[in-house]
Design a protein. Structure first.
Length: 317
């Protein structure tokens, strides 16, 4: 079965020509999904965790690495305990999948005094559209912050109405009720080169099934293609690089963070399509007073031909 969804879908051996809305119809929900794997909720937990650490000492200089290492203490002046668990309910709202609640549990710790904090955790979420997900992941920084390992896995069942891409598609008033289920697994290893640069590689696997929740008789070609669901597998190695001068990775107040990622799904890795996609994201943090931080972000993405819907540059905002 040909699974190059941006151009055509094959069902029972016969190709269905591309409908004007077919390229768009299977894209919905992926904006939400791409937030799920491994880091989807941990950043929110980290911010809540550090809210309890209101008293801190100035940065001290590492005697071996020459990097500023923040040392935090409790209000009574005793060292903050390492390895404590935090459980948080996090309300969420999305125009695509409605309002909902995420329940997240995470453990924060430091592998050694000179490394940035590490975290492991997991969570579940449920939304008013009957969308739900479950996942687990973490980030482990060790050996004086020379090595950084991240990874995770997640499953989702997303239900949403999709109106197409762009103003013209929205003005047509056409709605496609989509259900998308999928499993994602990824891992990445980075090694520090120089004082603030990291380079490394990893792997990502994504298995997704897309179908219609109800019939759309006005679009028989799309209904026929999706009536039994269409499965797409994307699997391949990744390359990564980052530039990090943040004072804290979990809850930064100052510094910059630039991240580059490229993925190369291939038939050699059991992927349905051969393609490439690259993204770059740049974040900058400025402290304003003792309790306020101003943050800015820019990002860009590029994708090759044959890229499936969930990896299109439009989706990776």
């Amino acid at each position: 079965m040909q699974k190059n969804l941006p151009t055509a879908i094959s069902v029972k051996g016969s190709a269905v020509p591309e409908h004007s809305g077919l390229r768009s119809v299977i894209v919905a929900g992926c904006v939400w999904f791409l937030v799920v794997p491994a880091t989807w909720a941990l950043s929110g937990v980290a911010r809540a965790e550090t809210m309890n650490q209101r008293h801190s000492m100035p940065d001290v200089q590492s005697p071996t690495e020459g990097r500023a290492v923040p040392i935090e203490v409790t209000p009574r002046g005793k060292p903050q305990k390492s390895g404590e668990w935090v459980v948080l309910p996090i309300p969420k709202a999305s125009p695509a999948i409605g309002g909902g609640l995420q329940l997240v549990g995470a453990r924060f710790f430091k592998a050694d005094p000179e490394s940035q904090p590490s975290v492991v955790g997991g969570g579940v979420g449920y939304y008013s559209s009957e969308t739900w997900f479950a996942g687990a992941g973490g980030a482990y920084n060790f050996a004086g912050d020379r090595w950084r390992i991240t990874g995770g896995a997640a499953y989702l069942d997303a239900r949403y109405d999709f109106y197409g891409i762009g103003n013209d598609a929205g003005d047509n008033g056409i709605v496609f009720p989509i259900r998308q289920t999928g499993t994602a697994v990824f891992a990445k290893v980075l090694r520090r080169v120089g004082s603030s640069w990291y380079v490394g590689a990893g792997y990502r696997y994504f298995d997704s099934q897309v179908s219609l929740r109800v019939s759309v008789p006005n679009f028989p070609d799309i209904e026929e293609a999706l009536q039994n669901g269409v499965r797409i597998v994307s699997s391949g190695p990744t390359l990564a690089a980052s530039y990090d001068t943040r004072d804290l990775n979990m809850n930064p107040r100052n510094g910059s963070y630039v991240e580059f990622d490229a993925i190369f799904p291939s038939n050699s890795f059991a992927s349905d399509e051969n393609y490439q996609r690259a993204t770059i994201k740049a974040n900058r943090y400025w402290p304003i007073g003792d309790k306020t931080v101003l943050a800015g972000r820019v990002s860009a993405c590029g994708a090759s031909d044959n890229t499936p819907f969930f990896d299109l540059s439009l989706i990776h905002i």
